[in-house]
Design a protein around this ligand. Structure first.
Ligand code: G1P
Length: 300
């Protein structure tokens, strides 16, 4: 079985939900505590053994490229000041020469189209897709969990999460053929169905391991849900052709950092998990909540 060495990061979105901030700053560079969102995705990919990082970008994303560039002046200045902790903090943003590539998506035609833009860089081998908006706190990083499971199953794999019926129409949804607990074998996949037509409450979260055939399927995809070329449809075509596609109910807490509420929840959770910040931050939250409650009671 070919190892999964390459990961595609679709980062061409306009990030309109975070306007006005995203007028000047790509949403992938927004900080979660002190690391840009994209760094969490890169760290997760590295932990899964990924060595080739492919970004599908668009106009206005130069801050993202700068972030992964070398910064000799900064390094010189930190070294001169003996700031070893900060030197260590910027280390993960150093990418080995030639390990990162950028391709532009000229038109916003959907997630499937964005992934397809990377076809020549991916070539004829299995590849991962990571949607950096989905940040997942997990003891074992989720893509690692998936690569490990995939080494047993081969085929294709998506990250799966149980959700509530009222939320299901925001996701790609799994039609379950066989439920083996942690792993489900899929009978189909539907992009953002109305709740009453959803085949299950098992949603796909933004982590995929896909065969090169899915990339070929994308070449033939017509616009689907929302008038966009959907990755979901190319995976559904793969299932329809008889290939194995599995959903992995991963261990971890997922935050939808593509929405304001999810982004704020992630900031709170990640700050509380940081030994250097947790104490002060917890005190602040406790006091603020108590004050808000007193204020609410007074207003009654
Ligand atoms: C995308 C996918 C969807 C998936 C979701 C996970 O949708 O199209 O199938 O469930 O990511 O976050 P988006 O959130 O980009 O609309």
């Amino acid at each position: 079985m070919q190892p999964v060495r390459k990961a595609v990061f679709p980062v061409a979105g306009l990030g309109t939900r975070f306007l006005p901030a995203t007028k000047a700053v790509p949403k992938e560079v927004l900080p979660l505590v002190d690391k840009p969102l994209i760094q969490y995705a890169i760290d997760e990919a590295r932990a899964a053994g990924i060595t080739d990082f492919i970004f599908v970008t668009a106009k206005g994303k130069s801050a993202l490229e700068d972030y992964f560039d070398s910064s000799p002046e900064l390094i010189r200045s930190l070294k001169a000041k003996g700031k070893t902790d900060l030197l260590k903090a910027i280390e993960p943003s150093n990418m080995a020469s030639g390990s990162i590539s950028y391709i532009r998506q000229q038109e916003a035609l959907g997630l499937g189209h964005a992934v397809w833009c990377a076809r020549h860089l991916v070539g004829d081998e299995p590849f991962a897709v990571i949607l950096p908006d989905d940040v997942i706190a997990a003891e074992t990083p989720v893509l690692r969990q998936m690569v490990d499971a995939y080494s047993e199953t081969s085929g294709n794999m998506v990250a799966a999460m149980q959700t509530v019926p009222s939320q299901i129409s925001n996701y790609g949804v799994i039609d379950v053929a066989e439920d083996h607990g942690r792993l489900v074998k899929m009978a189909g996949m539907v992009e953002k169905p109305p709740a009453d037509e959803a085949p299950s409450n098992l949603a796909v979260i933004g982590r995929y391991i896909l065969s090169p055939q899915v990339m070929r399927n994308l070449s033939a995809m017509k616009p689907g849900a929302g008038g966009e070329i959907q990755l979901t449809d190319a995976i559904a075509a793969e299932i329809a052709s008889g290939a194995n596609v599995y959903g992995l109910r991963f261990d971890g807490e997922r935050y939808d950092c593509g929405s304001k509420a999810g982004y704020l929840q992630a900031i709170v959770a990640f700050a509380l998990a940081r030994p250097d910040l947790a104490g002060e931050f917890r005190d602040f939250i406790t006091t603020t909540l108590a004050e808000a409650e007193t204020g609410a009671k007074a207003a009654e």
